[in-house]
Design a protein around this ligand. Structure first.
Ligand code: SIN
Length: 479
């Protein structure tokens, strides 16, 4: 099985202590490869390299930076099958979904190759005749990116592309469950010809790498996607050196179907928003509020569609629901189901899993539909990160908006209605950064992804996404 290397200052290197992380396939338990388990020493070297490269990279022209990104975009498309296969092997999502993610990842590179050339300053009319005020946008400096296992490619490019477009240099730390996809993206960065030190990648001890990044003054910005719990710790640590931070954290998305919805579209949207990546998505719908006159029909329709899902190894033909990433995720999902059932929920579909034990590989769980759900259940309070659909009913628009907003999370919300007036009213009333109106798949590189409340800070994607990698400077000139 292949041993991979980390990428620092344009060189592929092994860890100094020769320790490695074993990357396993969550569907089969087989070893996919080994990556270096590095800590403080290598992370400091990566920061040195990014810091040394910053001066020349940040003063290249926007069109030069755009050209490198265009090369990377084309290389991602040319290598999409290989990266997707690696992703399925280390992350578990079905191959077609993994190919979709590589395209999504490439989309960010394409968007910021275009956006690099649209970073504009301003001229502000001064209050004195002999003065001129110019506002400049300049790269923030060295950026550290800590990325999650659920989208091993897209969560890297969503950070890397705007950072590099803005003129920043980077140190990337991918999740230990899915580092090989990240290493393959680094390989393409090398092939795209980015100068040495502009992008660097370390794998290994999350705690040690995180502490090294957070305490180093030269890292001027941290961009993180992961849990709210870890995000809060990083936010505290960022205060030490007043780093800029962007945080894409947890969600607990409400999905609402009003009685004036097109029910078939609502069912399709519910499944798209819930079962992508087996529910291991921050923007996944987590609680389903269905207006009482249509709740029975909704449950019947969802049930009949769930029968079409085939759970298994994502490399097998016809499988459209992969495994959960590991035991801790599986246990949490199982706990949510058990707690709901103990408090009176009814399992309408699924509910059965096969947890990896001994020689039985994979943490697989059938898609699960629950009715008779009540607000006191754990599943209504926490992010589940699994393929469970808890259904509740509601009477009025006012009531459901209040229930939907009654959470510390504020990432994504979805609702279905055929009423234009209601679509405007409800989208304005929901306290969420992303609202899908008759749309179960709103994520796209052109739009500003991010959350309200404890779901995060800052936005990624769209023209907004580059802002977090830019400083604003004003120059007052007396003539
Ligand atoms: C996430 O789960 O954090 C990302 C999902 C997306 O980009 O749609």
């Amino acid at each position: 099985m292949k041993s991979y290397k980390i990428y620092i200052d344009g060189q592929w290197i092994e860890s100094m202590n020769k320790e490695q992380i074993t990357v396993t396939n969550p569907a089969t338990g087989e070893v996919v490869g080994y990556v270096p388990k590095v800590g403080e020493t290598e992370t400091k070297k990566a920061i040195d390299a990014a810091n040394n490269a910053f001066k020349s990279w940040s003063t290249t022209t926007a069109s030069e930076r755009a050209n490198y990104l265009w090369k990377l975009y084309h290389l991602l498309l040319e290598n999409k099958e290989d990266i997707a296969r690696t992703m399925t092997m280390e992350q578990g999502k079905p191959l077609q979904e993994a190919i979709g993610e590589v395209m999504y990842a490439a989309g960010f590179v394409q968007w910021y190759a275009e956006e690099a050339r649209r970073v504009y300053g301003e001229t502000i009319p001064a209050s004195k005749e002999n003065k001129r005020i110019r506002v400049l946008k300049q790269a923030v400096g060295v950026v550290a990116a800590i990325t999650p296992w659920n989208f091993p490619a897209a969560m890297i490019t969503r950070k890397l592309a705007p950072a590099l477009a803005a003129g920043c240099t980077m140190v990337i730390k991918p999740a230990s469950q899915t580092p090989i996809t990240a290493i393959k993206i680094m390989d393409l960065c090398e092939k795209a010809g980015f100068p040495k030190g502009v992008v660097n990648l370390v794998t290994g001890n999350a705690n040690e790498i995180g502490k090294t990044i957070m305490s180093d003054f030269r890292v001027r910005k941290l961009t993180f996607t992961g849990s709210t719990e870890v995000g809060k710790i990083l936010m505290g640590q960022a205060g030490e050196t007043v780093k800029r931070i962007s945080l894409e954290l947890g969600g607990h998305a409400p999905f609402i179907a009003f009685e004036d919805a097109d029910l078939d579209k609502a069912v399709t949207g519910a499944l798209a928003s819930k079962l992508r990546n087996c529910g291991q998505v921050c923007v996944a719908s987590n609680r389903f509020y269905i207006q009482e006159s249509i709740v029975d029909k909704f449950i019947e329709k969802i049930k009949s569609k769930l029968a079409d899902y085939r759970v298994g190894n994502g490399l097998e033909e016809g499988v459209n629901l992969g495994p959960l990433i590991d035991e801790s995720v599986y246990n949490k999902v199982e706990k949510h189901i058990e707690d709901a059932v103990n408090k009176g929920a009814k399992i309408e579909f699924g509910g059965k899993g096969s947890k990896a034990e001994g020689n039985t590989p994979g943490h697989f769980l059938q898609p699960t539909l629950l009715s008779n759900v009540t607000e006191d259940m754990l599943i209504m309070k926490e992010e589940t990160f699994g393929p469970v659909i808890p259904v509740l009913s509601f009477k009025s628009e006012e009531e459901v908006i209040e229930r939907a907003n009654n959470t510390n999370y504020g990432l994504a919300a979805y609702f279905y209605t055929e009423s234009l007036a209601r679509s405007i009213r409800v989208s304005e009333a929901l306290d969420y950064g992303i609202v899908g109106v008759n749309d179960g798949s709103p994520s796209t590189p052109e739009a500003p992804f991010g959350g309200f409340k404890e779901s995060g800070l800052g936005r990624e994607g769209g023209h907004h996404g580059i802002e977090g990698f830019l400083e604003t400077k004003y120059v007052s000139v007396q003539i």
